[in-house]
Design a binder for this molecule. Structure first.
Ligand code: NOJ
Length: 545
């Protein structure tokens, strides 16, 4: 009998499939590439893989523009390859969480093509959000809303109507008031669940349902974009979205063990619990640590608040420092933030945009702090989400020339935002050779020369490497983990964070600039950097048992 609660404290490793491992030498990572690296995943000690979209896609947004929800992108393989991959993962004791993208299809999806070929007001158009434009000829968009990736959120079609896309123009938003849309997604959830998928990561879960009652409010009436909308915004975080997820829950519960889900919902912390409720998706991402400075007060508040909030929903908390949308955390913590008023993520993007490269970046400090915060995260109750390459201490790739960039946020914000390609560069597996072992046919995003030093092969033979540290930490986490209990232990200095889990697992992180004493009478079982004369140096976490 499989444990229905396996997800509550799982270590989940995100694979961005096009950049993980390429089995057929076409420069793009694929499912067989993943299958070939399962021994690596097993040796890392993770519980589950979260696989970013692998569906047929023109890659207008890295696969988050889906042509067909119930197939595999031919560039990545076939359904048979998928079946082989999931069987091998399960054989290795690793679960699979599939990314699902319900807010929008791609503009190549059969439904959207049918909508374009159909009349105004037709059933085909009702699956999306089509509106007439404003102005005498209808040539002004129905509202002045901006898309998340920059530029207007409406695109005009040949017959003069406009459709809504809150992301790229190749990602038309679905109409979740349409029963056929809802039913088709239930079919998709069953399709992958029947194939053995253990859970789903739900893309922009907070945007599905929309209030498109006319007149549509203007940007000025909506006020600044934020996460304090309290259900009033026309498309962010509306209360009706939970009716959709209640239906999904019924499908999840048809399976044994029930399929799990985690919401990507950028909502106010106070409104997150509804997404994570057992009647809904069951768990929701908390991105608060991902936006935290190297600041013990911020860490402490975020941890306390999220543990309380998770408890109120009945879910476990989630923790994440890196994913395919943000500057890698080794880099965020490795360049000067002094005087900055933005979060490290925003500041890091600005820094990259201004041409910031090597000299500004303290690689060693970034990696040291990244290890320290990761070790802290791995001791917290709840699920830890890791992003491919962070186990190698990889930094953001800053030096990508414009011609090589792929991310729509770069193209829709020319000169303002470099976009997210820097964290999506294919992984280095070997010290040398074609694309550092990613594949024999090059790499769809160019890899910098410094990737050589970070390659898996190099780190596997070094017991002090970032990778060796991750392996030890994940193994120990399994051994030490008990219930989801947690207690702060007060330290003399507010710059030292110390908490314990029942059973005597202590975690101490030193955010100060000098070494501190560790609690007496316990044995240090892991430290993110070597102790100095038995003391915990700055920028370091230790576990004691
Ligand atoms: C969130 C995904 O993480 C991101 O990569 C994507 O661009 C948007 N959703 C739109 O699907």
């Amino acid at each position: 009998m499989q444990d229905p609660h396996w997800w509550r404290q799982a270590a989940v490793y995100q694979i961005y499939p096009r950049s993980f491992a390429d089995s057929n030498g076409d420069g793009i990572g694929d499912l067989r590439g993943i299958t070939s690296r399962i021994p690596y995943l097993k040796s890392l000690g993770i519980d589950a893989v979260w696989l970013s979209p692998f569906y047929p896609s023109a890659l207008a947004d890295g696969g988050y523009d889906v042509d067909d929800y119930r197939d595999v992108d031919p560039k990545l393989g076939t359904l048979a390859d998928f079946d082989e991959m999931i069987a091998a993962l399960h054989q290795a004791g690793i679960k699979l969480i599939a990314d699902i993208v319900p807010n929008h299809t791609s503009d190549r999806h059969a439904w959207f093509q049918e909508a374009l070929a159909s009349q105004k007001g037709s059933a085909a158009r009702d699956r999306y959000i089509f509106r007439d434009g404003k102005g005498p000829d209808g040539d002004e968009p129905p509202s002045d809303w901006d898309s998340v990736f920059g530029g207007p959120a409406w695109e005009r079609t040949e017959d003069g109507q406009w459709y809504l896309h809150i992301f790229a123009r190749e990602q038309p938003d679905l109409n979740w008031d349409n029963r056929e849309v809802r039913d088709d997604f239930l079919k998709t959830l069953r399709f992958w669940s029947d194939r053995g998928v253990d859970g789903f990561r739900v893309d922009v879960a907070h945007a599905l349902t929309k209030d498109m009652t006319e007149p549509l409010p203007s940007k000025a009436e909506l006020g600044p974009e934020g996460e304090n909308n309290n259900g009033q915004h026309p498309f962010w975080d509306r209360d009706e979205v939970h009716e959709v997820f209640a239906e999904w829950r019924e499908v999840f519960d048809e399976y044994t063990p029930p399929r799990t889900a985690v919401a990507e919902a950028w909502v106010h912390t106070d409104r997150r619990a509804r997404y994570a409720s057992p009647e809904g998706l069951g768990q929701a991402f908390n991105f608060d640590l991902l936006r935290a400075d190297w600041n013990p007060g911020q860490f402490r508040d975020i941890i306390t608040k999220n543990l309380t909030e998770a408890a109120s929903s009945g879910a476990s908390s989630t923790w994440v420092f890196s994913n395919h949308d943000v500057v890698r955390h080794a880099t965020r913590y490795g360049f000067p933030l002094a005087g900055s008023e933005s979060t490290p993520t925003e500041t890091a993007r600005d820094w990259l945009m201004s041409g910031g490269t090597e000299p500004d970046l303290d690689h060693e400090l970034g990696e040291r702090r990244a290890r320290a915060v990761t070790q802290l995260m791995l001791a917290l109750p709840g699920s830890a989400y890791l992003y491919q390459g962070e186990e190698l201490g990889l930094h953001e790739v800053a030096e990508i020339i414009d011609e090589d960039r792929q991310d729509p946020t770069f193209f829709r914000n020319t000169g303002v935002d470099v976009g997210r390609d820097g964290c999506r560069v294919p992984l280095p597996w070997t010290k040398a050779g074609e694309s550092f072992g990613f594949g024999i046919g090059g790499s769809h995003l160019p890899q910098p020369a410094w990737f050589s030093d970070y390659a898996v092969q190099v780190q596997e033979s070094d017991s002090h490497s970032h990778l060796s540290f991750y392996r030890r930490a994940l193994k120990l986490r399994r051994e030490l983990q008990g219930d989801e209990d947690f207690e702060w232990i007060e330290e003399r200095s507010p710059e030292v964070l110390h908490f314990t889990r029942l059973g005597g697992w202590h975690c101490v992180t030193n955010f100060s600039s000098g070494p501190v004493d560790l609690p007496a009478g316990r044995v240090v079982v892991l430290s993110s950097s070597p102790l100095v004369d038995g003391r915990l140096p700055s920028n370091t976490t230790a576990w004691l048992a």
